[in-house]
Write a protein that binds this ligand. Structure first.
Ligand code: MG
Length: 378
């Protein structure tokens, strides 16, 4: 069980819920980091008294330093600050709730110190999953997933000690706000339509990823890396109700599932209390009030991002970093109103065709593939 946490991305949706969980569990926050939300970060520092606060943005860090001058909290900026937050002596767990590739170096640094990483930053596993898993094995760090599907798989996988007994990992997907729409209809959807997720309240980038189904594609790759499973052993099923968070099918055809109200505080908490379970703030699921549970196949025709992610996973090497980098740029451009919804998959496809793939990549290969993909997706 975690005692002292460095929380990377404390002002985002997962970060704020992680603080709620930490408060209920009475956990110490050693460090809080944000991009540039100075006011909220100041408020959080005054409440949780971390030894260190970090803003990625240099001028935001300057403002925060002045605001926190009367407190005992030290303020740093940028990647150096993030790495210092991760490597603090008192930190036993690093919760990475930052968005995108920026989480990669801090994750590797935490694992190299044998710390627990509560991983809510799927892009890290997508781009550099093999490097991350190798670092965890070599230095004795552990990775506990926070993503609800991967937490569900993690919980269901505890029932067997032999990975060879696993026949299939089944990821559930809500289908997002546009499930059932045709390609013509999808060409016309707006940013505000895309931000209306039916079941989960999340940040803008992941909400758009859910609408395109890229989120599920990234999660397929994340599951391959975390559980060291080939693509053929992972499937996706649309489950509109988001009550079953994922399932594991074993070789005897038993299927184990994890159910719960759609509430991220539960997987966040489990990543911090594992292997124990404790009382916490997550909502209860009342089975008698629960809607009928339905299952449908995903529509890869009208939602090409899932197929693109599988293609990148099959290619391997830096292909998944290219997929991710291109998607980050395309989603940012969609949110900025510069491109249409269906252009997201077109930009990703363009980058996947344009950027050469390196197999068995080093960290540098991954970072340059990411940079090339971002260029190619503009
Ligand atoms: Mg998820």
């Amino acid at each position: 069980m975690s005692k002292s946490i460095s929380l990377l991305g404390s002002t985002g949706s997962i970060g704020r819920q992680a603080l709620e969980v930490s408060e209920v569990l009475g956990l110490r926050l050693a460090a809080l980091t944000a991009n540039r939300s100075v006011e909220l970060l100041e408020e959080q520092c005054r409440k949780f008294h971390p030894a260190l606060a970090v803003c990625m943005d240099g001028s935001a860090a300057g403002t925060l330093k002045i605001k926190l001058a009367d407190t005992g909290t030290k303020v740093l900026s940028g990647m150096e600050g993030l790495l210092e937050a991760v490597m603090m002596e008192e930190t036993d767990t690093v919760l990475t709730a930052v968005m995108g590739m920026v989480g990669l170096r801090p994750t590797l640094a935490a694992l190299k110190q044998g710390k627990r990483v509560a991983l809510a930053n799927k892009e890290t596993m997508v781009c550099a999953g093999e490097l991350v898993m190798a670092a965890a094995k070599q230095y004795g760090g552990e990775i506990i997933p926070v993503d609800s599907e991967h937490s569900a798989l993690f919980q269901c996988l505890r029932c067997s000690e032999d990975r060879g007994e696993v026949k299939r990992l089944i990821l559930t997907a809500s289908g997002g706000p546009f499930f059932g729409k045709t390609r013509e209809e999808l060409e016309e959807v707006t940013v505000s339509d895309a931000l209306k997720h039916p079941n989960w309240s999340m940040g803008a980038k992941i909400t758009v990823d859910s609408a395109t189904m890229m989120n599920k594609g990234l999660e397929v790759i994340e599951a391959m890396r975390l559980y060291e499973m080939p693509l053929e052993k992972i499937s996706v099923v649309i489950h509109r109700e988001s009550i079953i968070h994922s399932l594991v099918e074993y070789c005897d055809n038993a299927i184990l599932a994890q159910l719960g109200a759609p509430d991220m505080r539960l997987p966040i908490q489990y990543a911090l209390t594992y292997p124990a379970r404790t009382h916490g703030p997550a909502r209860e699921l009342d089975l008698l009030q629960c809607p009928a549970l339905t299952f449908l196949p995903p529509d890869e025709e009208n939602f090409p991002c899932l197929a693109l992610a599988k293609r990148a996973a099959q290619t391997g090497g830096t292909a998944t970093a290219i997929l991710n980098g291109a998607n980050e740029v395309a989603v940012a451009n969609f949110l900025a109103g510069k491109i249409g919804f269906m252009d997201i998959s077109r930009r990703v496809e363009k980058a996947l065709s344009a950027v050469p793939v390196v197999q068995d990549p080093t960290l540098e290969d991954i970072l340059s593939a990411d940079a090339a993909a971002r260029q190619a997706a503009i």
